[in-house]
Design a protein around this ligand. Structure first.
Ligand SMILES: Cc1cc2nc3c(=O)[nH]c(=O)nc-3n(C[C@H](O)[C@H](O)[C@H](O)COP(=O)(O)OP(=O)(O)OC[C@H]3O[C@@H](n4cnc5c(N)ncnc54)[C@H](O)[C@@H]3O)c2cc1C
Length: 415
């Protein structure tokens, strides 16, 4: 690992180079039809010399540079940072949507006119081991920032907001992104409010150009898409990407020779001392049983509708437990009181993005499918071959779900 002194020296050089490239691109774009331009960095301002048809004209360009959130000139405009989540209890693995998130950002970086690096950020405590980060090199990520602090041993809103606010003030990246997971949706808007930075939640796609953040979002419960532009005025943009939209990256370099060298830099962020005044204190961590997992965070969902009847939901819960899946339902099932309303999927319920969705006794009305159409794999069990749900299904089983599920449970128990 590099020493802190070396890193800060290298950062200064990078900042200068990037800022110079930025200024030159702006000035050249405006004046190049008139003659030669040279620019020289003088601390926070620039001396620009123009050769207008043989006549030298000197000009001082006072801070035409983008400013960081604190108004300091000369910041690094070349970093796109992604805050990765890792398994909560064991710190063993990165969040399963990290690959998709990184791929999206690599695409954004490739589209930039000035070189931009995608940098991963992990927040950990010093005592704990890093998760397996081989995915980063395999995808071509060159830089990992590790924010280490004893208060980061477990997720807490305040410590994440403090640590990332500190990081943004140090590095001022052009874009900071995370997954719109329950944690990401918790800390990112607070960070945006604290630093007064532009923030776009729940994006399906992102781009950054012409000093603006372009985000694709779904509206009207997934029935329409809209692209919005947020003016940045040189500030760091914050965005949360809906997990699972991008899917697992298709090409991962497997051989170690072609894997990029990952430069790891550790920081000790300054977190506010709250001396027992924290708003949230952690007492213990208890993993919910799979069927209690929040639907929007679930990887696997077994959903039931009118066709399975009230008793059918007991069969669904047993099957879901064996598959470590969450239980979902149609509005008919929740309106009839078979399942609580929080489990309803669809236009007036939750929008879900699981890897696997098994629809049991569900016809596939548009109001239901608008909430689950982004599931990666859909299996439908229904005796009516004309049921619209089959049009969405990767695998359809013509039959009675109340017979199929107990059989499937038995097979799972035996295996
Ligand atoms: C404004 C509005 C908002 C709405 N919002 C939502 C929403 O958010 N979510 C939602 O889900 N709905 C919503 N609805 C309701 C929606 O239009 C449908 O009525 C509802 O989704 C149908 O639920 P279902 O598939 O359980 O029932 P049904 O449409 O009655 O389908 C039952 C299916 O079960 C099959 N079946 C029968 N027996 C079996 C068996 N033994 N095994 C397997 N399959 C069997 C049948 O063949 C049938 O296809 C909304 C409606 C309106 C008007």
């Amino acid at each position: 690992m590099e020493s802190h002194a070396h890193i800060s020296e290298r950062m200064k050089h990078e900042q200068l180079e990037v800022s110079l490239a930025f200024v030159m691109s702006k000035v050249e774009a405006y004046l190049s039809p008139y003659g030669m331009i040279t620019a020289k960095a003088m601390r926070d301002w620039w001396t620009v010399t123009l050769d207008l048809k043989g006549r030298n004209v000197g000009a001082t360009l006072a801070v035409a540079l983008p400013c960081d959130p604190c108004g300091r000139p000369g910041r690094t405009m070349s970093e796109i940072c992604v805050v990765l989540e890792h398994t909560y209890a064991t710190l063993a693995t990165l969040h399963e949507h990290s690959g998709g998130l990184l791929s999206e950002l690599l695409d954004i970086a490739r589209r930039q006119s000035t070189p931009a690096a995608v940098c991963a950020i992990l927040l950990v405590s010093q005592q704990e081991k890093l998760p397996d980060i081989s995915l980063l090199s395999a995808l071509g990520i060159h830089r990992l920032y590790v924010l280490e602090h004893p208060h980061l041993a477990h997720y807490s809103t305040e410590s994440y907001v403090d640590a990332l606010a500190w990081f943004i003030q140090q590095r001022a990246p052009m874009l900071l992104v995370t997954s719109a997971t329950p944690n990401g949706r918790d800390w990112m808007p607070r960070l945006a409010a604290q630093l007064r930075l532009p923030f776009v939640p729940n994006c399906l796609g992102l781009d950054i150009r012409d000093d603006g953040l372009f985000a694709l979002r779904s509206i009207y419960e997934g029935r329409a898409y809209v692209q919005i532009r947020t003016a940045l005025h040189g500030r760091t943009a914050l965005a949360a990407l809906v997990p699972g939209v991008r899917g697992t990256p298709a090409i991962i370099q497997q051989d170690s020779a072609s894997m990029s060298a990952l430069e790891i830099t550790s920081f000790l962020p300054e977190l506010q001392q709250r001396n027992g005044q924290e708003r949230i204190r952690q007492i213990s961590i208890q993993a919910p049983s799979p069927e209690e997992v929040e639907l929007d965070a679930a990887e696997r969902i077994i959903a039931g509708g009118r066709g399975v009847g009230q008793e059918g939901f007991t069969t669904i819960a047993t099957f879901a437990h064996l598959l470590s899946a969450a239980v979902g339902a149609t509005r008919v099932a929740t309106d009839l009181g078979w399942v609580e309303h929080a489990r309803q999927i669809g236009a007036t319920g939750k929008i879900v993005h699981p890897k696997l969705y098994i629809a049991c006794g569900i016809s596939g009305a548009a109001q239901h499918t608008s909430g689950m159409s982004e599931a990666q794999t859909v299996i439908a069990i229904n005796p009516d071959r004309s049921a619209p749900i089959f049009a969405l299904a990767d695998l359809g089983l013509l039959g009675d779900a109340n017979q199929v599920l107990p059989l499937a449970s038995k097979l799972l128990e035996q295996s």
